[in-house]
Design a protein around this ligand. Structure first.
Ligand SMILES: N[C@@H](CCC[C@H](N)C(=O)O)C(=O)O
Length: 291
């Protein structure tokens, strides 16, 4: 199959974006994996497939596949690239754009400064909705959030806060992201049996009440230069731990994301994320037949 694609990045989290507004390309999971492969395909952390509106009140839908081929619910950096894409391609002039992703519906706006702001929806803390199996575990409370001791296969323990931003996250505090065991603990947390849908593992360093540093070992993609939903999850966690204010700059290896969240008694206010979204190049490629 011969396809056209656009390569994009948001804070260094990179995407192959496919136009499926005239009909699905019908790619298999193996073909998504091949496209994401940095040696044999194009190379990307995620593949975004842009589709027409699925119904009233919505302008588009897009699908997200991780580099391992699995379909996922939500992608913050991808959301910003999506809205840049539909505007640059002349697929819409609407601003904001309302879009359906697997997680639900989100709204995205292009700002005058070229950055994009996304209403990422509300975080979810109910353990069964993350999902996280806490049976038999004893948590400790810090601020107004629980921290769970996760016994790792190599004998280490990670103290994680768990939540969903539409996709699952486990966030732990570290003294310094440069020396944090991201590549050692990341895969062990991602595949930990207490997370039946696997999980994105965040390593959060608090710099001050308005600045953090973050590394994320992503489910299905490994460590990426930035993770948008991971940044939202980390800031929400930091706020509930009592360590952060309502507006925080998240410094990642790929750039800065600004996250805003006002906690309420029900903890159900939406999280807003602002950051860059850039087209890198356009291309065409023959995708091999793969099941
Ligand atoms: N890079 C993304 C998140 C992509 C999905 C994630 N790896 C998952 O499996 O949930 C972001 O910017 O949020």
């Amino acid at each position: 199959m011969h396809i056209r694609f656009t390569k994009m990045q948001g804070a260094g989290n990179d995407f192959v974006v496919l136009d499926e507004t005239r009909g699905p390309l019908g790619l298999s999971h193996a073909q998504y994996r091949w496209l994401a492969d940095r040696h044999f395909g194009v190379g990307a952390d995620q593949i975004l497939s842009v589709r027409p509106s699925p119904g009233p009140g919505l302008d588009f839908e897009y699908l997200i596949h991780n580099a391992d081929g699995g379909e996922v619910e939500h992608c913050g950096n991808g959301a910003r690239c999506f809205v840049r894409y539909v505007h640059d391609k002349g697929l819409t002039t609407l601003n904001p754009v309302r879009v359906k992703v697997k997680q639900g519906e989100i709204s995205l706006a292009l700002n005058h400064d070229g950055r994009v702001t996304v209403d990422m929806g509300a975080p979810v803390f109910a353990l069964e909705r993350v999902p996280f199996d806490a049976s038999g575990l004893v948590s400790t409370t810090m601020g107004n959030v629980e921290r769970w001791p996760l016994a790792l296969p190599d004998g280490d323990e990670a103290l994680v806060c768990v939540l969903s931003m539409g996709n699952p996250h486990a966030v732990q505090l570290v003294d310094n992201v440069d020396t944090a065991p991201v590549l050692v603990q990341g895969p062990q947390i991602e595949w930990h049996p207490r997370f039946p849908a696997r999980v994105n593992a965040g390593f959060l360093q608090i710099v001050n009440r308005g600045q953090v540093r973050l590394r994320v070992y992503e489910r299905g993609a490994g460590e990426t230069l930035a993770c948008g939903t991971g940044a939202c999850a980390a800031v929400v966690t930091g706020i509930r731990l009592g360590l952060l204010d309502a507006k925080v700059d998240v410094h990642t290896h790929g750039g800065v994301l600004t996250i805003e969240w006002v906690d309420t008694p029900a903890h159900d206010a939406p999280v807003f994320m602002t950051g860059p979204a850039t087209t890198v190049f356009e291309g065409e490629i023959d995708v091999p037949d793969l099941d």
